[in-house]
Design a protein around this ligand. Structure first.
Ligand code: UDP
Length: 360
């Protein structure tokens, strides 16, 4: 069986690392990886292939930038051309980016079955590009690999045939167990290199359009983090989109007087930062779960989350960034808190379970 995997964005490289390894170990299965180019530079792409032991993609489309329609359209044409050349039995896509939708749509139109990892997640906010991408991808998928009970429930309510839905757990838990442990054993540690104290700092990551493209919300986040920095150090690996917007607002210089702004880090350094943080402030999906995996309280600066079980268990709290004091207060209050003991993301064998289903 030949599997063609379409990847394009940072979280997809991370998720694919464990599934590609499981495919590589399965007799009778081969994988061809297509990189759309959505995230393309060293710190957003190459570092993950190097650190997580992934083969270089067989095809690189080098498509990035432009509006959503233009980017997705170019990817659709590019992936279609490769599908016609490679003729795989299955197309494997991850998550909710434009690369996910382009891969799924190109395959479905050529009648190649699609497998979607991270199926069934919903924010119920159709203004999010991710929500549109994930709903449409689920709709054309043959195998829907749902991480949680909640995701399975959403698909059932949307009328998806239960035979297509496989609750296999969350691949990010596999990655955290497999590569996360390695990160802690490394002799180099970014926490000491940056002069940060163990449990003495806030780790921030912000990149969702709902925050970066809304000047008011972004100002509240920046202001909130600057206020917290009067009590706890704040380190913020800046996503390129966020850096661009902050630079455009002329806010970088002032922010840098309060907050330690760094370039995006690799997965290993990110785990080191997450493990040592007193609290994490984020709008990332993956980082919300990693905070939980590493037992660190999390404040999610959004109106809603797809990972509702972490809010219910008290590991995560949702805070709309509508005022600076609210952002700062929530972060300070979260320090030292712990949630209930839960295990919603499987046993760390999700990658093998996905490959089991596909090989059946
Ligand atoms: N991540 C990383 N370096 C960073 C910021 C995030 O390696 O500077 C990792 C993080 O540990 C997680 C993943 O990127 O595994 C999350 O990706 P992102 O926040 O870009 O996307 P989302 O999860 O929101 O789709």
């Amino acid at each position: 069986m030949k599997v063609l995997t379409v990847l394009g964005a940072r979280p997809q490289f991370i998720k694919a690392s464990v599934v590609s390894a499981a495919i590589g170990q399965r007799a009778g299965m081969t994988e061809v990886v297509v990189h759309t180019g959505q995230h393309h530079d060293t710190s957003m792409s190459d570092v993950f292939f190097d650190e997580l032991g992934m083969a270089k993609p067989a095809h690189h489309l080098a498509i990035h930038g432009g509006g959503h329609g233009e980017m997705t359209g170019r990817m659709l044409a590019g992936v279609e051309r490769i599908l016609l050349e490679e003729r795989p039995e299955v197309v494997l896509v991850y998550g909710d980016t434009n690369s996910t939708l382009a891969g799924a749509l190109a395959a479905a139109k050529l009648h190649i079955p699609v497998a979607h990892v991270e199926a069934g997640l919903r924010s119920f906010n159709m203004r999010m590009p991710e929500e549109i991408n994930r709903i449409l991808t689920d709709r054309v998928s043959t195998w829907l690999f749902a991480p949680t009970d909640d995701a399975v429930g959403h698909l059932a309510r949307e009328g998806v045939d239960p035979a297509r839905v496989h609750q296999v757990g969350d691949v990010m838990y596999d990655v955290a167990l497999h590569h996360g442990e390695r990160a802690l054993k490394m002799s180099e540690n970014i926490v000491s290199r940056l002069g940060l104290a163990e449990k003495g700092f806030v780790l921030a990551t912000i990149h969702r359009a709902e925050n970066t493209d809304d000047a008011e919300r972004l100002r509240n986040i920046v202001g909130g983090l600057s206020r917290v920095a009067e009590r706890l150090s704040v380190v913020w690996p800046l996503h390129p989109r966020t850096r661009g917007v902050l630079a455009g607002m002329g806010a970088l210089e002032e922010l840098e007087r309060h907050v330690l702004l760094i370039e995006p880090v690799g997965y290993m350094e990110m785990v080191q930062l997450e493990r040592a943080a007193a609290v994490i402030a984020t709008d990332s999906g993956g980082v919300q779960k990693e905070a939980f995996f590493h037992g660190v309280p999390c404040v999610t600066l959004r109106d809603e989350t797809e990972w509702v079980e972490l809010v219910a268990a008290g590991w995560n709290r949702l805070v709309r960034p509508i005022d600076m004091a609210g952002v700062a207060g929530a972060l300070i209050h979260a320090v030292g808190t712990q949630g209930k003991s839960i295990a919603p993301y499987g046993m760390g064998d999700t990658a093998v379970r996905i490959v089991d289903v596909l090989s059946r």
